[in-house]
Design a protein around this ligand. Structure first.
Ligand code: SIN
Length: 320
């Protein structure tokens, strides 16, 4: 199969997030016009998957490099030969560390990765799905009052779960200090602006977001817990069921993910690479006004809606 814009087909699989790409052979080079279609679909659908891709790690890396330079995870055990590559090879005796938790990758870094790509190598017969949540839809689903309240807020992100990887001996303590210097707790906007779509994104996740700046600990905890709930709303999610040789890429700037740990004792093996991102951009009130002016933000629902007067005020509003 050649890769040209005439062969690429994007098939939406979820209303707000998730699409399948057909007509692309990742093992071969992709011309610019075909890649443009993939790139646009990536930003619009936030998660793309490609079935039946019999590729090597090198071919995966080459395909990922179309999106940008690869990054190296500071804490994960990387492949010895290729530090950009992480091999997840897990089973009941070796469960993965910290992936069964809602998160965006490495938001404790000033410039978190823009995307993550996985290639399925060994897939359990039952279980082992990855669930994704659109944080664009999650933001849109908040009430106007909440959007107003969180506008301009910042949240501290910290690599806290990875602290557990360091021992208590002097060498480990020194190593931890090294990483603390390299990645001090960092303030990120609670609402970020997607650098390509310009859309607002709810940018807090339970793995790395620890405290809203300027709020009391209990206020911050209550607000964060409330915001973390958004990713759990099924309407904002896409659940990916793996098969061998499926490749998935997600937009880490607007997506959280959760690896479902329900396949043990079976084995699950995937190759993983991440693509470097940029500093997170805050979404401002001026951006909001511009979105409304450009009519890109859904306007309040027609109050004469159906469902016995129970239709939501906004298309993505959900009552928890
Ligand atoms: C991850 O959190 O990057 C892993 C996702 C998965 O194993 O499905």
């Amino acid at each position: 199969m050649g890769n040209s814009k005439n062969t690429v087909k994007i098939i939406k699989k979820g209303r707000h997030i998730g699409a399948q790409v057909e007509g692309v052979d990742i093992s071969k080079s992709i011309d610019q016009s075909a890649f443009k279609i993939i790139e646009e679909a990536f930003v619009e659908n936030e998660v793309l998957f490609f079935r039946n891709q019999q590729i090597t790690s090198d071919q995966q890396i080459k395909f990922a490099e179309n999106f940008g330079k690869l990054s190296i995870h500071p804490f994960s055990p990387n492949s010895e030969k290729i530090p950009e590559l992480i091999i997840f090879d897990n089973d009941g005796d070796n469960p993965p560390f910290g992936t069964d938790c809602w998160h965006s990758d490495e938001t404790f870094r000033e410039a978190p990765p823009m995307a993550t790509m996985l290639h399925g190598l060994i897939i359990p017969e039952i279980g082992g799905d990855t669930v994704f949540a659109s944080m664009t839809a999650s933001y849109e689903g908040l009430s106007d009052k909440m959007k107003n309240f969180i506008s301009g807020l910042e949240c501290i992100h910290d690599f806290k779960p990875f602290r557990a990887l360091f021992g208590n001996d002097e060498k480990s303590k020194n190593e931890l200090r090294y990483f603390e210097d390299l990645y001090p707790p960092i303030a990120q906007p609670v609402v970020s602006k997607h650098p390509i779509s310009g859309k607002p994104v709810l940018f807090v996740n339970p793995q790395f977001s620890i405290r809203i700046k300027g709020m009391a600990e209990s206020e911050s905890r209550t607000l964060l817990n409330q915001l973390f709930e958004q990713a759990k709303i099924p309407e904002f999610q896409f659940r990916h069921n793996w098969a061998v040789d499926t490749v998935v890429i997600w937009d880490n700037r607007s997506v959280q993910h959760y690896a479902v740990h329900d396949y043990f004792p079976a084995r699950r093996k995937l190759d993983r690479v991440t693509i470097k991102g940029q500093k997170v951009i805050p979404f401002t009130k001026a951006d909001d006004l511009k979105l409304i002016k450009d009519n890109k933000s859904p306007l309040p629902y027609n109050q004469k809606g159906k469902h016995g007067g129970h239709s939501p005020k906004r298309p993505l509003e959900r009552k928890l």
